[in-house]
Ligand binder design. Sequence first.
Ligand code: ADP
Length: 533
Amino acid sequence: MNRELPNRVLYLEDNSMDADLVRRTLAKQAPHVGLEVVSTLAEALGRLAPAVPEYEIILSDLRLPDGSGLELLAHVRERRLPVAVVILTGAGDHESAVSALKAGADDYVVKRADYRNHLIPTLAAALVRFRAEFANRARGLRVLYAEHNGFDIDLTRRHFAAQAPQIRLHIVDSGNAVLEALPAADGGSVPYDVVLLDYQLPGINALEIAKILRDERGLHLPVVLVTGQGSEDVVAEALRLGVADYVIKHERYLNQLPAILEHAHRQAQLIAERRKAETELQRFNAELEIQVEKRTAELKQSNEALLHSNEELQRFAYVASHDLQTPLRTVTSLAQLFQSLYGGRLDEQADELIGRVVEACHQMQSLVRDLLAYSRVESQAHPFRPTDLNIVCNAVLEHLKEAIRESGAEIVRGDLPTVAGDAVQLTQLLQNLVENAIKYRGDKPLRVTVEAERRGGDWVIAVRDNGIGIDPRHHEDIFEIFRRLHSQQAYPGTGIGLAICRRVAERHGGRIWVESSLGEGSTFYFALPAMET
Ligand code: ADP
């Protein structure tokens, strides 16, 4: 439970889900806080109208229906209100986070999945920081001045008392006293805003002091040097070492000094803010990188697991279908032997039964053969070679000679290209398509054409028939394994042919699709990348 936060927090948010989440987070982690949610910039400015605002901290979303959280911030800073402002930014929007910090926000919270965990600690820390800075500002500029010349000390003291009472000078007379007054910054606050050093200090030199403060003590305090006339070399060296500014002791140098000190302080504040914004950005980027790395590793792991299980599945399918062949062949032969020995010698029912057994055996053999062919597309692939599809098509037609003759089909082959591929698989692809064209013929005399067309970087091969056609509803699913649109009696088959075709086309970097409508014939297309010439 967090007690740092005041009893009232103003929250500027137009998204009711976010408002709800913050409300619930506060209720759990800091129940004493009364959250007052307003949804527009105008309403928030109204709440801040009193000279002494009732809120010490405001949480504001960046994007509002009537403006931006940055406008609210500008208003608060312009009026120098004692109010800390924390901005809520969208996930991945580092730029807004950085510009909010540059505009003087005390911190920001990114609306990421887990932001409720950071919200309260961020608000509390911002408030603590703001209170310290505000107290500093009210206290006036605190300057540590090291000067050993009593006359100059006196003059300076009187000048500042009269002309720049907002600057509080603490004067010491040696470099060692400066080092004593400014121990290393160990997270606590530093008691001065600017260090003013006379160059002619006895003992330790002013430039050395500047170096020790910065490099050994890690203090980013602006150092201003007071030098005598004619010390251009010293000044150049000092600026090179990171001294913020210098003043030369001439007649009216005391008139310039307050402005120089204030300027050095403002510059240092700007640099500190920029440094803070940069560190935030780095933190942000580092977190993002970790997230990306984590996600990539997870993806890689699941990819590997997937690949592994895919390979196993393929091996299994191959081994299973391969090993099923031998016992199946035996069963088929025995059933056929039984049929030839006892056919007609037992009763009619026995004849019918054994007939069905033989038929089922053949069907099973086709299934196992096709499954094996399907798994072989990946497991028994050959490397790609230039393959003349004219030769492939001629081999297919030769192979299907009998079926072509029986169906009385007229086959027309156009001029086909040579592509990079696996000749065995491309033969299988084309053969399945021509075989289907013959199998799914209608009443008209069958005409099948095989032709090719160049489309961009691909060759598109078309196998066109004038058969029964396919309902457009099934144009996608017929390429899935075991998907069939007809009964065994109407058209025998296993539903594996087109799945093999798709696998082959994809393995060749191509794709396959169909254009058809019922009764109008079908055209199966497959596209293969053309070879570089
Ligand atoms: P099978 O022919 O063994 O059933 P396929 O995978 O080769 O398996 O084809 C799947 C389905 O697509 C077939 O059952 C059939 O309904 C349909 N089909 C395939 N080719 C054609 C075609 N040329 N004409 C009409 N329908 C076809």
